[in-house]
Design a protein around this ligand. Sequence first.
Ligand SMILES: *Cc1c(COP(=O)(O)O)cnc(C)c1O
Length: 369
Amino acid sequence: MDEKILVTRSSMPSYEEYIEAIKPLWDTHWLTNMGVYHHELEEKLKVYLDVPELSLMVNGHMALEMTIQAFGFPEGSEVITTPFTFISTTHAIVRNGLKPVFCDVKEEDGTIDEAKIEDLISERTVAILPVHVYGNICNVEAIEHIANKYNLRVIYDAAHAFSVAYKGKGIGNYGDASIFSFHATKVFNTIEGGAVAFREPRIYDKLYNLKNFGIRGEEIVSEVGANAKMNEFCAIMGLLNLKRTDYAIRERKKRYDFYIQCLKDVEGLRFLRQKGDATNNYAYFPVLIGEGYGKSRDELFDLLRENGIYARKYFYPLTSDQACFKNKFKNVDLKVARKLADEVMVLPLYEELKMESIERICGIINSNR
Ligand SMILES: *Cc1c(COP(=O)(O)O)cnc(C)c1O
């Protein structure tokens, strides 16, 4: 039986390093509620992500929910977003009592098609919530232009875009806010975790209250908050992983480039493109299985599975097609998103993935047509 290869493998510091780093917690017994490591990680991430303000969260999903709540949109308002994403994006909108309006995406990179946004704007639209899917950045200038013209907020789901920079600036500088995920499966992890990057300093206090039950003083609760605080064990994991993130991304790049080299001449396969002037974090290796390839995406997916290779169909089905959302919202033509969802497959990619494993995966893709 061939070795089983999963789509990803979490980045970790050495066991000894982590054990040494958490020792002080046994002196202080301060385990959560915005402790010293929480503070230190916020400061270090501001520098690493090159953003003016940042608030840590318990995970990326709550970062998104809290951020949407922080802007205080009226109930039932519409948010323009895309369905070619992880389900979290759509859940966060709906759980805030808002209506997602799905916009189609672009064939070359899977991000929101900015040319189709204006047609979807109504008098109830309050925000645009695009996704930097696979770390491919959206057309942030065009989106900003539309948002200014119609007085809309822009919140980016940047869960995949850790460390990505555009025109020399951290991607978290664009829009009113950007959320990042530090889940174990992401490029940078704090086991579970996330953060919100933003420009206006007052948002920091707002998010601080919301992630701590809306508590404003010892005896005062001023708004309906939740518990979305990152604990000290996770913050320490983050501090250690942050030191090796650049290394991890370099290792991912080597493997990404090797995949391209092995697969570039296979007829019917296509790859997504990062926008010019933007850096890559090599978070994922998505490949599109088009008509010119001898098999369908599902057939190739099954064949890889039979060989112990656990690729994933990110992102199929579209979130708008999931049972909890199907036929509930405005019916928009999502032709391109649907095509991508039918063709896409994410191949295994992580810093320790063996080059021989990539050869084996590409061998199967190359020979079984
Ligand atoms: C991972 C992810 C999230 C949610 O992040 P968690 O940290 O897992 O809660 C949100 N959006 C996208 C696109 C993601 O991939």
